[in-house]
Design a binder for this molecule. Structure first.
Ligand SMILES: [Mg+2]
Length: 231
């Protein structure tokens, strides 16, 4: 093995799991219905379309705040509750058997787990993320799965630091693999890790806007990881 890496840290949604293709349409519909039920002043189709076009235009923006600012809320409704209803409906939900890994992800993990220490660090509602991991049956590929819940103030930076504490070694022996230039790339580079940006999913068009967000490697799909990073 010629690789310099000892430890590879994967993101889940839109990196290994085809979240945008399989889960986002239903989650976005449920978020729109929840916001309308809480008082958003529009109909479900208009909300759904505006959500998609806002994310296409402004991937770094807060889509829930935007929908409330754009459509307003019915008399007596609380704008903050409407925002919260959308966020919760999108992130905290039951996922069904439709979850699936991207092509090649399963065999990639099975190959890499024999050569490297693998971690999965996934951000979102813990119960929902645990359900995804269980349905995919991938937990056994990882030394540990770390759940990061931003609503409880947890961050990927803390999780990455914890991994470094547990594993030891030079920062350059860690590789972070993920689909977002902010949470998966910049956070890892802040610690001196190498990074690989997988340009899939709803945020594939969100470009690096400062040096820390510029990845060391870039691949169009997860199945290209081994060849690109010489793993
Ligand atoms: Mg992701």
């Amino acid at each position: 093995m010629s690789s310099r890496y000892k430890c590879i840290v994967f993101d889940l949604d839109d990196t290994l799991l085809d979240t945008n293709g399989r889960l986002v349409p239903a989650a976005a519909r449920e978020a729109c219905h929840a916001m309308i039920a809480a008082g958003l002043e529009t109909d479900a189709i208009t909300c759904y379309n505006e959500r998609a076009s806002f994310i296409a235009r402004e991937p770094r923006g807060n889509v829930y705040k935007h929908l409330v600012a754009k459509f307003g809320v019915r008399t007596g409704a609380n704008p903050e509750s409407v925002i919260d209803a959308g966020f919760r409906a999108f992130h905290q939900r039951d996922v069904g058997p439709e979850v699936a890994l991207f092509d090649g992800a399963q065999s990639l993990l099975e190959h890499l787990e024999r050569l490297y220490t693998l971690y999965l660090v996934t951000s979102g509602n813990e119960a929902t993320q645990k359900q995804k991991v269980a349905l995919l049956g991938i937990e056994r590929c990882f030394t540990r799965v770390i759940y990061v819940d931003p609503r409880r103030g947890q961050t990927k930076l803390d999780a990455f630091r914890e991994i470094m504490r547990m594993e030891g070694g030079e920062p350059g022996t860690f590789l972070s693999v993920g689909n977002r230039v902010d949470t998966d790339i910049a956070t890892a580079k802040e610690l001196g890790w190498d990074t690989c940006w997988v340009r899939t999913g709803e945020y594939a068009h969100m470009m690096p806007d400062h040096p820390l967000e510029t990845p060391d490697y870039e691949i169009p799909q997860i199945r290209d990881l081994g060849a690109r990073c010489r793993l």
